[in-house]
Each structure stands twice: as C-alpha cells, then as structure tokens.
Design a protein around this ligand. Structure first.
Ligand code: TIU
Length: 220
C-alpha cells in the first residue's frame, strides 16, 4: 500500500492510499435526522443528528473533488418486513408503523431516504442494509474487495449504533477505519464522547478518530 496521504488523528497519524480508501456515510436518512422519523419514535431529540449535515456535506464535496470511492448506507426493510429479524421488531416496534414521513424504516418511504443535502450522485454506491452493521446481509465486502479498498473514512449516524457496528465489522475484516468525530453524532452527547474514546483507545483498538478540519487539511 502506497500511503500517500496523512491525517493527524488519535491515537496516531492515519496514513492511507487515496485510491484504496472509501468514504462511507452511514444512514444519513430523514428517519434519523428529521422530526417524525425512527430516531424520534425511539424517544430521541434529533437536533444533534441534523446538525452534522453541513459537516458531512463538506467532507462529501471534498471526497467528490478527490474522486474517492463513496458509499451511502441506508438502514431499512422491505415493505412486507420479511427481512426484519423478530428480535429487532420486538425492541423497535416503530418499524413499519405509519409516521408523518411514511412507514418508518421501510425502503421507498420518504423518511427512509437520505437527507436532501447529501443526495447520492451517479457513480456512488447506495447500500441498503437490514441491520446496524453495514456488512451484515449486504454485498459491502464484495464491493470493497472488487474496488481494492483497504481504508475507510467513516461519517454518519448514530455513532454508538450503526457507525460503531460498521467500524467493528470492518476492523475484524482487516479494514483500517478513520471515524470523523464531528461528522458523526449521537442523540445524547455522553454517547458521542464514549464512542470516540472506544474507537481510539488501547492504541486504536477499532481504528482512528479525527476532526473534519484535520481530515480536510490532510486531504489537501
Ligand atoms: N437508534 C439508533 O441510535 N440508531 C439506529 O437505530 N440506527 C443507526 O444508528 N443508523
């Protein structure tokens, strides 16, 4: 791997080959970032998830400028809900219920869509996933292998749930992950702080973390 780029990060500098690095944006869907969606149905205030949209947009624009491989994930299910495991439905009973943005976390419904500012463009992968981790029951690993991707820059929501699950899955599969601290969000700030520490602790047990400013500096 020719590590031609460097970003100041914790626990140490993240170096990577741009051609072997993808930006993965996790679940920036209306259901998590707008009033009336799944996030709110679970009892959360969506202000923190909505507030990172401009930061994620800045990173997305830069990745597009740099011709990086870009993946957008969406958590959601088939209309007949045949792909919801019973254990998930039991503890997330809002799934499939009708809300102000359509049926919650159901593919094709308005709330399931990615927020307008971050709309994917031609050439970018949209990955629908039924679980929290982006590798579970998807073709993500096949896509990454075919594209020769070895490193992932990770943004999106929520940090402690789908972002963490995805980074943990990726780390076990040998991918080096850089999580963007202000390009991710939780509903409760205590979870954000813990999530960041849980990635970069113990010498980078799951990967690296940095800020959008440092990423932008490193990519320039
Ligand atoms: N509940 C919560 O914080 N998150 C999720 O259910 N899914 C994602 O993180 N995308």
């Amino acid at each position: 791997m020719m590590r031609n780029y460097q970003v100041a990060a914790k626990p140490f500098t993240f170096d990577f080959d741009l051609e072997k690095t993808a930006l993965i944006i996790i679940d920036m869907q209306r259901d998590f970032c707008e009033v009336g969606g799944f996030g709110e149905a679970l009892g959360n205030d969506v202000t923190p998830t909505k507030s990172i949209i401009p930061t994620v947009k800045k990173i997305l624009d830069l990745a597009r400028d740099k011709d990086m491989f870009i993946i957008h994930t969406r958590e959601g299910h088939r209309a007949d809900m045949s792909d919801v495991v019973k254990a998930k439905k039991r503890r997330s009973s809002a799934i499939g219920e009708v809300g102000p943005m359509g049926r919650i976390l159901i593919r094709g419904e308005y709330g399931h869509g990615i927020v307008k500012e971050l709309t994917p463009i031609n050439g970018e992968v949209i990955l629908d996933k039924p679980g929290k981790g982006a590798f579970y029951q998807t073709d993500l690993q096949l896509i990454l292998e075919n594209k020769g991707i070895e490193s992932l820059i990770v943004c999106g929501v929520t940090t402690h749930v789908c972002v963490h699950s995805t980074i943990r899955e990726a780390n076990d599969r040998g991918y080096e992950c850089l999580m963007i601290e202000d390009g991710t969000a939780t509903f409760d700030p205590r979870d954000q702080e813990a999530s960041i520490r849980m990635i970069n602790q113990q010498g980078g047990i799951f990967g690296w973390t940095t800020t959008s400013d440092e990423l932008i500096k490193g990519l320039k």
